[in-house]
Structure formats: C-alpha cells, structure tokens
Design a protein around this ligand. Sequence first.
Ligand code: HGY
Ligand code: MN
Ligand code: MN
Length: 399
Amino acid sequence: MTSPDRFAALWRSLAPIGRTPNGYHRLSWTDADLACREWFLDEAADRGLRVQTDGNGNLWGWLGDPADGDAVVTGSHLDSVPGGGGYDGPLGIVSAFLALDLLAKRGRTRRRPIGVVAFTEEEGSRFGVACLGSRLLTGALDPQRAAGLRDRDGVRLAEAMKSAGVDTSGLGPDPDRLARIGTFIELHIEQGRALAVPVGVASAIWPHGRWRMEFTGQGNHAGTTRMADRHDPMLTFAFAVLAANKEARLRDGHATVGRVSVEPNATNAIPSSVTAWLDARAADQSTVDALLAAIEGRITERATRDGTGFAIEAESASPVVEFHTALRDRLASLLGGAPVLPTGAGHDAGVLAAHVPTAMLFVRNPTGVSHAPEESATDVDCAAGVEALATVLEELACR
Ligand code: HGY
Ligand code: MN
Ligand code: MN
C-alpha cells in the first residue's frame, strides 16, 4: 500500500521546483522545467527504468524493452500554467513512479513493458499550442509550425529546445514509438469538484479551443481626444469579454478571456491595438461552433460601431474525446465501481485516445480549484489514486 506518508515524501521532493509566492511557474524548457526533468530522470533511475528523451522533448522511462510492443504507458505532464497549481500534471507522474513501487512489492510477473511518460508543453503556456509534445508525437501538429512557435519574448520553440541541449532534428511524428504503446493511462487531479470519492474514471473530454483576437484602432492622446472622435480598441475588447461571457451562459458553455496585451499600454494614451485570447468549450462541438459564431458576430457588430478593426483566428482546437468504452468500463469495475465522469479540461490522454486505447483516472480535488495556487488534493486521496493506478497497471501489464 502506498501510505499517504510515502506519497507525501515523494511529493515533497518535486514540490519546491518552480514554486513562487504566486503559484507554480514551470514553463517548458525554462530552468524550472529543466529541474523537473532532472527530478524525473533521477526517480526513473532510482527504479531502474531505461530513460529516453524523444525527438519532441517528451521524457520516457521504461520497465522492460519497449520494442517488445503492447506496452502499458502511464504519465502526464510536468509543465504548469503561469501561477498554476502543483497537482495538474505532476500528480500523474509522481503517482506513476509510486505505482511502480507498489507493483514491485506485489511481486507480480510483468508480461508487457511498462512506460512512464512526461509529455512536454501540455499547457501550451509558453508556445501557445496545448498538448504540444503529444500532438507532435502523434502527427497532430506539423513540426515546422511547432519549431517556429514563439513565446512572449519571441523565442522560438526550436531555439528553446536547442538551448536546453535537445536536438530538434527529430521533431515530428514518431510512429514506431506510438506503435509500441498498447494502452495509455493518465492519472490526473479532477478539476471541477465533481468527485465525491477519492478516485474516478474519465468518460470524455469536452471539445474546446483557443482563439487569438486582434482589436485595432487609432492610438491617440488620452487628454485631448474627444470621446466622439475616438476609435478605441480597448472599448471593443471590453465589449468582447462581456459578450463571450453572456453567449457562453446562454449555451451552458464556458468562455474565458484570461490573457490580454495592449499597445502601447500607456496610462495616458488611447491604445492602437489590443490582442486577447479566447478559450471556449462546451459539451459538444455544435455548441462550441455556435458559441464562437455568436461571439464573433456580436464583436464584429460592435467593432463597426466603434470604428475599430477586429480579427479572430483559431490557435489550437481539440475535438471531443470519448474514451475507449470497454477499457473505461473495465477500469471502473476493477476499481470497485468507480464513478465515470466527463471533464472540460484537455489532456495528453485526449490526444493519445485517437491512436491507442486510452483511459484516465481522476483523483478528487476537494475545492475544484485548478490552474491556480489554491489547487489541492489530500495525501490520503492521492495515495488512493496511486493504489488505483497500481491495480490498473497490474491488470493491464501482468495478466
Ligand atoms: O487547458 C486545459 O484544459 C488543460 O489544462 N491544458
Ligand atoms: Mn492544466
Ligand atoms: Mn493537466
């Protein structure tokens, strides 16, 4: 049994990395990420795993030879949103290592390779595309486009990887590696307070996407420009935020504008442009599409009234994911009738699900807060998650 204390001890070895007074800052290929990667390699080595960094920067630790195929792979991601919580991502990796410890204790004979994976840039917080590492692995993202993605300081992904000493010539689909995976299991903190028991099983991931919105107008003097003469993109932007919120409420969807940049961002100047990002999600694709059309229509009308320009462009889109139903039901019953529930959060498991039988285990999040420093889970529930993951790995890799 992985006691809560044993969970807490391993948790403490990772927790200080990238932690700031305003939450976690573990953006891919930054020093914090590199320290997390070192932690992964140390923990993998402690367990005798063979480690690899693939051409896309994803980290793999193997028990057995992956070339034997039909591997059972588990893992998640180490990167965070800026100011994020500590559990979103890392819980799946800490739990994977502890589940291997439990498996070793149980002494069952492994019949298949077992892999632990840390996918890079799952949050898309630095380079703007979510699940970057798993999308590159599976061919869902063009490597040329990926190599050219820039962070807020203009650093390209390829440069960031190179400065971390990673050869970028292998960026792109890795069909051989993908073909060796028989099943993928991601354990993740639940992010919406939907679990009344320590562990649940995912049924689906909502379709969702990210759109970049550009508002353009006439920069001008805050003191001398009459209100009637203004073409103020900040006004159209402000309307856009309210419109997105209203249209989402009308459709039971979710719409968020959490990131904005203003030019010239001066206290006494009417902006010349405002760039903002819309995150929109709903239980089905037709609702997402209708939500986007409504938001875009209302903002376009308003821009005409404000005499400003408006453009919107999709940056990353994730279709609905229905997890493998037989695997889902097998795990729910294996775990004593664990609840089965959907999520509005995207995951690497959602990308892998299009290629291999994939399932997710959720660990209870008492407050439901995520993507914020207050994100939490109890050691007792996390230990239950490890126990569940070990049982699933035993079922899939030892029978
Ligand atoms: O945004 C998401 O749903 C995930 O946390 N990347
Ligand atoms: Mn997240
Ligand atoms: Mn996550």
